[in-house]
Design a protein around this ligand. Sequence first.
Ligand SMILES: *[C@@H]1O[C@H](CO)[C@@H](O)[C@H](O)[C@H]1NC(C)=O
Ligand SMILES: *[C@@H]1O[C@H](CO)[C@@H](O)[C@H](O)[C@H]1NC(C)=O
Ligand SMILES: [Ca+2]
Ligand SMILES: [Ca+2]
Ligand SMILES: [Ca+2]
Ligand SMILES: [Ca+2]
Length: 607
Amino acid sequence: IGCNMRLLLGFVLSTFWLWEASLSRVYTNHWAVRIPGGPSEADNLASKYGFTNLGQIGGLEHHYHFHHSRVVRRSTFVTRGTHSFIHMDPKVDWAQQQLVKTRVKRHARSDPSYIHLNDPKWSNMWYIHCSDKNSRCRSEMNILAAWQRGYTGRNVVVTILDDGIERNHPDLVQNYDQLASYDVNGNDYDPTPRYDFSNENKHGTRCAGEVAAVANNSHCIVGIAYNARIGGVRMLDGDVTDVVEAKSLGIRPDYIDIYSASWGPDDDGKTVDGPGPLAKQAFELGIKKGRKGLGSIFVWASGNGGRQGDHCSCDGYTNSIYTISVSSTTENGNKPWYLEVCSSTLATTYSSGEFYDRKIVTTDLRQRCTEGHTGTSVSAPMVAGVIALALEANPLISWRDVQHLLVKTSRQAHLKANDWKTNAAGHKVSHLYGFGLVDAEAMVVEAKKWRTVPPQHTCTDQKLNASISSSGCRDQPDQQVVFLEHVVVRVLIVHPRRGDLEISLVSPSGTRSQLLAQRLFDNSNEGFRNWEFMTVHCWGERAEGTWTLEISDSPSQLRNPEVLVSWLSYFTVDLDGQFSHIFYTDFFFCLFGIVCVHVLASTMLLC
Ligand SMILES: *[C@@H]1O[C@H](CO)[C@@H](O)[C@H](O)[C@H]1NC(C)=O
Ligand SMILES: *[C@@H]1O[C@H](CO)[C@@H](O)[C@H](O)[C@H]1NC(C)=O
Ligand SMILES: [Ca+2]
Ligand SMILES: [Ca+2]
Ligand SMILES: [Ca+2]
Ligand SMILES: [Ca+2]
């Protein structure tokens, strides 16, 4: 019955209408009664009409709560009887039989916990959904809500750069994509892992399932982008060289949308290493030419060297502006033992923590399923899956748009860190978690309406010294920068013990990024030779003003004491940037500070 029809019926058959209206109401055996004559009068009136007086209604003077036990408890019609004469008693101002009202809990976001999928590990996927079996759940990443908006990764292609992928795994085979796969180690088109006794090469298969395991197929789990196509590039099971990396990063850039990598240099707390010349070019080619010019999306795990005091700024892959560097948090929002701190981390997902914290369930080698996937290795594929949902919502977003979306939508949520700060553009950011926990629903919603950012500008100034005044490319319109994205600081530092150095950058707006923390195990005397530190903490801030680079040196006992004597313990570099007119661009600057150890403290050679 349509609305007009119902109205018409209402006029014609008013009794029918009344009946229908009362159907939708549920009357209770409770009354609210207003009696000005005081509590004892209320008691008298209650007993006169057969009610029990349950007393004043909260703080409402003269209002009493009456209960009638002989009235049907939940009725769909107004009950008549002696009790109803209370409405006409002159001592009663007003009386109302109470109706049941529909009240819906106002969750901040929909909590569609009723979805049931027949995948046997579905109820263990605590980081995706809440269900009866899953009481301690964490639905803050809003993956279910993104699905409910209709995004499941359709037509998006993801590949896992790792030790191979079990392409015939029953939970992957349906989404497996031959064209998104290659075996760089074996030089063939079949990335099936090499099986050994220890199942050493299980990593890629585990990561693949997180992204695109098939949903509701009675097998194992449900991938975050369960309708995406998934491939694997086998490249870690052999000698990894610059060539191997460059090949892997450049496989079918027009076909593959997202490359997920959960590997990098040793997380031993003493290595400083990054992409070689070929891998660097592969990254640059990917972001320029990949996805038909929109740019390949490279997602990177920030590293597992937390226990070794490693700092992800010493990993040139996560530190690169071309990679989306992802961190991890435990189910309770605590810092996991393996977490590496640094200013280039963009966003975070749930992962494992202590032994009592839950881990991640996913597909495993030999057609199995595991509940034991851990570390930041978990987080890169999760974000790859979330980005796949966003790319389905808007396939035309660029590699930089994706980073903007993550900056905008990731949230502090309940993630604990003592360094959360709000930068001058209003973004909350931390060295542990970047902009916070990813939010899949917000990603798809924002992606859908996102207007692509203007071209990237890069302003490089090498005429810098200890007190830096930079023209900021004012005279070069195609390089001018107003609003910041990444800030890269390139340094050349000669130092007797690299692990003693701590470097921070303070933006004109006052946002402090720690570019490097001390590393206990880093005894190297190689210093930093044109190493690029990167921070995203100034994202959206204005570029112009004074940039201060602070380098502090805390000589440890491990250092040669003879060198110590003449060491410069602290210096500051001011950088002035004057930039104008262009929206959303990148700002590079370089500091060439050769600090010569064998010279006196006050002497610095700058070039
Ligand atoms: C999953 O599959 C079952 C049949 O095995 C079906 O009844 C159910 O509706 C499906 N669930 C979803 C969410 O599609
Ligand atoms: C550094 O640059 C500033 C301004 O460009 C200049 O005044 C200063 O003398 C320079 N300092 C050194 C040590 O060259
Ligand atoms: Ca092969
Ligand atoms: Ca499944
Ligand atoms: Ca590391
Ligand atoms: Ca990065």
